[in-house]
Ligand binder design. Structure first.
Ligand SMILES: NC(=O)c1ccc[n+]([C@@H]2O[C@H](COP(=O)([O-])OP(=O)(O)OC[C@H]3O[C@@H](n4cnc5c(N)ncnc54)[C@H](O)[C@@H]3O)[C@@H](O)[C@H]2O)c1
Length: 453
């Protein structure tokens, strides 16, 4: 058991107020080193009570601002590692500067509490205003609104997003009467159990309810049935994605659109042609999922944590996707040092048909990992965290391609695609990427021949 007294437990008035308001179960802590901090988080898990970590007080006796920042970041990262959505509060104190607040906001702190008792009143007000203005500018104020289309993938994505507690309101929309309403009510009734504030609303075809969404995840359309390829879905799904995108953009002209419907690469292109907005705001989820499948197979093979696998996968979302063993490491160790070529080739082949394996088992396509992957992209945008993910994006000369949607590594932030990262490819990898692009181009031609644009 952990002795809280040894850890220097402090209940500050402001934090207590929030606790009383029912926002958090309790508590604020001082801590003096990383070990104490980790013990506090572990204790909060044990108590099953949401905890506010207060980075302050005692720490200052020992820490300069650089060390404090390091500890604060440690708190955020460790909490994330444990899969916790812990609000981390920076309790400002003697001599804290705007720079420190700024770096904490950039790290993903959910709030910055400025303690009036340590600053001169005017300085305090000025600093508060500066910090708030910075946070609002970045749009990290967790004011985000989100539209999600609500089939299996959409509803699961909504669930993961709600659990992250990163947006104020989340709207589920479908054409099936009552389904979104029911699913959203069910999700909202989960809030008191799982602890989130996100308001969830369900509507049937009422796009006005999604008005002014910051991010919209489009999952509408048919999923695959056994024996079908993703490309077989184009004739039905192109019409659906076009109609949905038109309505979304009409009501949320500034929204960032994440496309999930298949055939993914060409549905992104379809949404882009319909939305007529900068391509940095229209892109697709595939690489995060395909990479997750690849990582999960590797973790199983090596009996290591999936958290320690870093990997990159490029190309179209289909059997021609391009996993890149040269850019795959296990905690920094090249995968080729730990897995034989034969086993690695088998894992790559399994990854390529990973979606099909699930369709065969369930009679329809997967939703847990796809929903979680889209939610992870939403989080990177809402938090402006500049995560590096493989994303299906419009290429304007990068990798030598133009006017094609293809999976490549990008930086994701509040503006959507902040930039495309171009990695060096060897001859073999280049050939695979070219083949994948050719395949996407051939499906794009099917879209062109539909003459809907
Ligand atoms: N990109 C990926 O990695 C990935 C992964 C999994 C699934 N998918 C694709 O995502 C799509 C959704 O899959 P799912 O399993 O959630 O299917 P689903 O059938 O459970 O959900 C699709 C929903 O779209 C709705 N819909 C159909 N037409 C609509 C319209 N005009 N307006 C609004 N809603 C409409 C349907 O009523 C249905 O509820 C499929 O195309 C599937 O192939 C992509």
């Amino acid at each position: 058991m952990i002795n809280y007294k040894d850890l220097g437990l402090v209940n500050r008035r402001e934090i207590f107020k929030q606790a009383m308001a029912g926002k958090y179960a309790i508590a604020a802590f001082n801590f003096n080193n990383m070990e104490q901090l980790q013990a506090i988080i572990a204790a909060s898990v044990e108590c099953k009570s949401p905890v506010i970590l207060q980075v302050s007080g005692g720490a200052r006796k020992y820490a300069n601002q650089t060390l404090l920042r390091y500890m604060a970041q440690g708190a955020v990262e460790y909490a994330k590692e444990l899969g916790l959505n812990i609000p981390v509060v920076l309790h400002l104190d003697h001599g804290d500067t705007f720079e420190l607040c700024k770096s904490c906001i950039d790290m993903g702190f959910s709030s910055v509490m400025i303690d009036g008792s340590h600053h001169a009143y005017e300085d305090n007000i000025a600093l508060t205003k500066q910090v708030v203005a910075y946070a609002h500018n970045l749009d990290v104020s967790v004011e985000g609104e989100l539209g999600v289309l609500a089939g299996n993938v959409g509803a699961t994505c909504a669930q993961y997003i709600a659990e992250k507690d990163i947006v104020n309101e989340l709207v589920l929309l479908d054409i099936k009467e009552g389904v979104s309403e029911g699913k959203s009510l069910d999700l909202w009734q989960t809030a008191p159990v799982v602890f989130y504030d996100t308001r969830i609303k369900g509507v049937t075809n009422d796009y006005a309810a999604t008005a002014d969404s910051d991010v919209v995840v489009i999952t509408s359309g048919l999923p695959r049935k056994p024996g079908m390829s993703r490309d077989d879905l184009i004739s039905t799904n192109a019409g659906i994605v076009k109609a949905v995108t038109e309505n979304i953009i009409k009501h949320s002209p500034k929204a960032i659109l994440i496309i999930v419907s298949n055939p993914l690469d060409v549905m992104c292109y379809c949404a882009y042609l319909t939305a007529k907005v900068d391509s940095s705001r229209v892109f697709g989820m595939a690489g995060v999922l395909d990479t997750a499948r690849y990582k999960s197979f590797l973790a199983e093979e090596l009996n290591v944590s999936p958290k320690d696998i870093q990997a990159l996968l490029m190309g179209g979302h289909g059997d021609t996707m391009v996993p890149l063993p040269r850019y795959t490491t296990i905690a920094g160790i090249p995968v080729t040092e730990l897995v034989s070529k034969e086993k690695l080739d088998a894992i790559i082949e399994r990854t390529k048909v990973g979606g099909g394996e699930l369709v065969k088992l369930m009679g329809t396509s997967a939703w847990y990992a796809p929903g979680a992957s889209a939610a992870q992209m939403v989080e990177a945008i809402i938090r402006n965290s500049k995560r590096v993910f493989p994303v299906c994006t419009m290429l304007n000369g990068e990798y030598g391609f133009k006017n094609i949607y293809l999976g490549v590594p990008v930086v994701l932030g509040k503006n959507g695609i902040e930039r495309v990262i171009e990695v060096q490819l060897n001859k073999e990898e280049r050939t695979l990427l070219d083949d994948s692009a050719k395949n996407v181009k051939s499906v794009m031609e099917v879209l062109d021949n539909m003459h809907i644009f």
